[in-house]
Write a protein that binds this ligand. Structure first.
Ligand SMILES: Nc1nc2c(ncn2[C@@H]2O[C@H](COP(=O)(O)OP(=O)(O)OP(=O)(O)O)[C@@H](O)[C@H]2O)c(=O)[nH]1
Ligand SMILES: [Mg+2]
Length: 279
């Protein structure tokens, strides 16, 4: 078990809505080598949570393994999708599935081990005091393990560019280990149009624009050890073009006095975290 200590002194509960029914959504495309390990780690780390595997008809048979896992465990569910349509589309379908079934909390979680199930309790804890919680590599206490310098530079550069363009103090805006209250997602899910990397920026940007509180908590992000990355040049270009367009629109609105302000608030909860990895 991971030990995570987060002091939330001074933060108030934003919403008394229950946070008991948790759905962790795992989008998969060719994650045969990872899916079993990640689901068993999740089941151990947060036993009450349900898991939805959203598989895009992976050619390597990930969907069949997911079916087998679901048969053996009533906390595991599978959504079979027609073909590879991008991680954003899989998440949106998963969010709608979870909202329709009355889950209180919905979580984004990659299959490749980059997001550590043992750190999920930290995000769920912080959600008592926020509307959306981002696992953050770039707040104090956060870290990246085994990334080549070039990849870290791309990620940090992308985050900085987005922060400057949109004028929001989120340190790790492209981070994909996120937890939402159902009410937050319900308010933003129809507004999300990005499919690739920028999907994470889109969710955070929409949440802030709708006046929700976004908290960042430190995580240790681990480079995938097995299977192939689906990151591509197209995904990076999509992110760059879109955030720049939003930023320009936002800045023009500010200059012409038409900007409504963000309404939302960002909190960085960056103290007192220790973590131990379980494998
Ligand atoms: N359903 C579905 N899942 C996808 C798709 N593309 C990626 N994924 C999943 O989304 C998660 C993140 O994808 P990764 O390939 O790890 O992408 P990444 O984390 O941006 O890249 P790396 O850091 O290099 O691993 C993994 O669980 C993938 O299997 C897709 O088109 N459909
Ligand atoms: Mg990955």
């Amino acid at each position: 078990m991971d030990v995570s200590i987060l002091r939330l002194k001074g933060l108030s509960v934003v919403d008394p809505a229950p946070l008991d029914k948790v759905l962790v959504i795992i989008p998969t495309y060719n994650e045969l080598e990872n899916i079993e390990l990640i689901t068993s780690r999740l089941r151990r780390a947060v036993p009450q949570a349900h898991i939805l595997i959203a598989d895009d008809n992976s050619p390597d048979g990930t969907g069949d393994v997911a079916d087998r896992l679901a048969e053996a465990d009533d906390h595991i569910h599978v959504m079979h999708r027609q073909g590879k349509q991008g991680l954003g589309a899989a998440y949106i379908a998963g969010f709608r599935w979870g909202l329709d079934r009355g889950y209180d909390v919905l979580v984004e979680h990659d299959a490749d081990g980059s997001h550590q199930p043992e750190q999920l309790p930290l995000l769920l804890d912080a959600l008592k005091h926020a509307d959306m919680v981002k696992g953050s590599r770039y707040v104090t206490g956060g870290s990246v393990v085994n990334w080549p310098k070039s990849r870290e530079l791309l990620s940090r550069g992308g985050s900085l560019w987005t922060r400057l363009m949109l004028g929001i103090p989120v340190k790790d805006i492209t981070g994909g280990f996120n937890a939402f209250r159902a009410a937050t997602l319900r308010a933003i899910v129809d507004k999300i149009s990005s499919v690739g990397y920028n999907f994470q920026v889109d969710l955070t940007w929409q949440a802030l624009q709708q006046g929700f509180t976004v908290a960042e908590v430190p995580i240790e992000f681990v480079e995938r050890e097995r299977g192939e990355s689906k990151m591509s040049r197209t995904i990076v270009v999509e992110a760059l073009v879109r955030t720049t367009a939003w930023g320009v629109r936002h800045r023009v609105a500010q200059l012409t006095g038409l900007a409504t302000g963000l309404g939302g608030k960002v909190q960085q909860l960056a103290r007192g975290v220790t973590s131990r990895r379980a494998r």
